[in-house]
Design a protein around this ligand. Structure first.
Ligand SMILES: [Zn+2]
Length: 95
């Protein structure tokens, strides 16, 4: 559903989502209760669902939901695979 922007007489701007073509011309402001008129804003339909939109979304989300690191990078718990059977290679230091 598209997002519509409203602005009340006191200057509070807020957005609300309505089905296409069903947005009211006025909506009660959540702050003061006064009827807030619908504003004309730039549609963001061209970026919705695109890779750019996903990047913007994840960037905004990282501000309050950062990804949590739970371990050292590049280390797996899987035991090392044996690549060689040469006896001298067994004496080489392991990481
Ligand atoms: Zn208001």
């Amino acid at each position: 559903m598209p997002l519509y922007e409203f602005r009340c007489p006191e200057g509070t701007t807020f957005e609300a989502s309505f089905p296409m073509g069903q947005a009211p011309a006025e909506l009660a402001c959540a702050q003061c209760g006064e009827p807030a008129g619908r504003r004309i804003s730039a549609p963001r339909l061209s970026v919705a669902g695109s890779a750019a939109f996903g990047l913007i979304d994840s960037t905004l989300r990282s501000a309050h939901e950062p990804e949590v690191v739970t371990g050292l990078p590049g280390r797996s718990r899987r035991p090392a695979t044996r690549y060689t059977t040469h006896p001298l290679h067994q004496k080489l230091p392991r990481d």
